[in-house]
Ligand binder design. Structure first.
Ligand SMILES: Cc1cc2nc3c(=O)[nH]c(=O)nc-3n(C[C@H](O)[C@H](O)[C@H](O)COP(=O)(O)OP(=O)(O)OC[C@H]3O[C@@H](n4cnc5c(N)ncnc54)[C@H](O)[C@@H]3O)c2cc1C
Ligand code: FES
Length: 333
């Protein structure tokens, strides 16, 4: 079968025209052309590879509708890992070309410094590295335990440019990384770490922010808030954080959040638990809190957590008058 041209547009205005074989995925066509597009699950379950089809058509394989709702698909959103090329097309990515055009740097070595269960199903994992890692607050790295073949993505919960990286990991039943972390990992063990990735990071802009976190989806917001706390200009902008968890026992990083609240005068934090809420905690979903809030029309919304929570948050924020184009999402279970 012959090749067809596809054009990849990036957020920094850079475009690349590549040749694709009919029937291959956009991600693999890009890979054959020497580009590494952002992916994670590679089978339509996480949304990391989301992009917009600007012209032409693509045939989508199986995917999780919570990750790509029909309304988004109708507006041109595609998951490039499961989108097969059917003819010439133009695809726009929400991140800069530097994410895709450079070769991935070799992984660096890290060493586990802290391993502590901090809430129900939630581990704090801190990893020391020999040179400080620079990243945008909100980004993630991939981690690989010794001897493992798979990599797993985790968002930094700590500040950029430090020699210790903090992560909050939900212990998923039967999950490989989760089982290793719970049953085998020890302080002092080595781990490999990729360079930071992702377009879900704090934007420096003078507009209110609404952060909505589900479970360990709080991790990237902790990194963003630490960065805001260290920058008086960023700290003046009104910021609301809604934290949603399954039960009150799943709440974590409460002391850190209280310290952040004291250091960031413009920060408001509200909690919600679906079951067994603790004091001052809404009983139900965090996204329900949006309906009772005053949300300025120029608010930038950031959502991170399980796909269903992200979708509920987007719908509630839209009902509050905010356009979907002003919402940034990171989905993981
Ligand atoms: C950009 C990004 C950032 C992320 N950041 C975070 C974060 O900060 N914190 C966090 O907690 N998570 C985060 N995640 C999710 C994380 O990457 C992992 O997906 C998660 O920790 C599960 O990994 P695991 O290896 O434990 O589970 P996996 O082994 O991937 O298993 C996941 C599920 O599949 C099931 N399963 C596995 N193997 C089989 C099988 N053979 N048959 C049937 N079922 C099976 C498991 O039981 C489990 O329910 C992020 C994901 C992305 C994409
Ligand atoms: S990488 Fe495409 S949906 Fe996960």
């Amino acid at each position: 079968m012959g090749g067809v041209p596809i054009t990849l547009l990036f957020a920094d205005g850079v475009s690349r025209r590549i040749e694709a074989q009919l029937g291959e995925s956009v991600v693999s066509a890009a890979e054959n052309a020497g580009l590494t597009l952002l992916t994670d699950c590679s089978n339509g379950q996480c949304g990391t590879c989301a992009a917009s089809l600007v012209a032409g058509s693509l045939e989508l394989g199986n995917y999780d509708k919570a990750v790509l709702p029909d309304s988004d698909r109708l507006n041109g959103a595609v998951l490039t890992c499961i989108s097969r090329v059917t003819g010439p097309c133009v695809v726009e990515f929400p991140y800069d070309s530097s994410e895709a055009l450079t070769e991935e740097a070799p992984p660096i070595d890290g060493c586990i410094a802290t391993l502590e269960q901090v809430a129900a199903e939630t581990m704090l994992l801190e990893i020391d590295v020999s040179d400080p890692v620079d990243f945008e607050p909100g980004q993630y790295v991939r981690l690989q335990p010794p001897g493992a073949e798979e990599w797993r993505s985790y968002s930094m919960a700590s500040c950029s440019n430090a020699r210790r990286l903090a992560f909050y990991v939900r212990l998923v039943d039967g999950g490989r990384f989760s089982t290793w972390l719970k049953e085998s990992a020890q302080v002092g063990d080595g781990l490999e770490i990729t360079e930071p990735h992702g377009s879900f990071f704090l934007r420096r802009e003078p507009r209110p922010r609404l952060f909505i976190a589900g479970g360990t989806g709080l991790a990237p917001f902790l990194s963003m808030l630490e960065s805001i706390a260290g920058d008086p200009e960023l700290g003046q902008i009104p910021t609301t954080l809604l934290v949603g968890v399954r039960t009150g026992r799943h709440l974590f990083a409460l002391q850190q959040l209280e310290s952040l609240r004291q250091r960031i005068p413009s920060l408001t934090v509200q909690y919600a638990a679906e079951q067994d809420p603790v004091d001052n905690c809404h009983s139900g979903y965090a996204t329900e809190l949006i309906t009772s809030m005053e949300v300025p029309g120029d608010t930038r919304v950031y959502l991170c957590g399980p796909p269903a929570m992200v979708e509920a948050g987007r719908t509630a924020a839209e009902a509050a008058g905010l356009p979907r184009r002003d919402m940034l999402c990171e989905r993981f279970n």
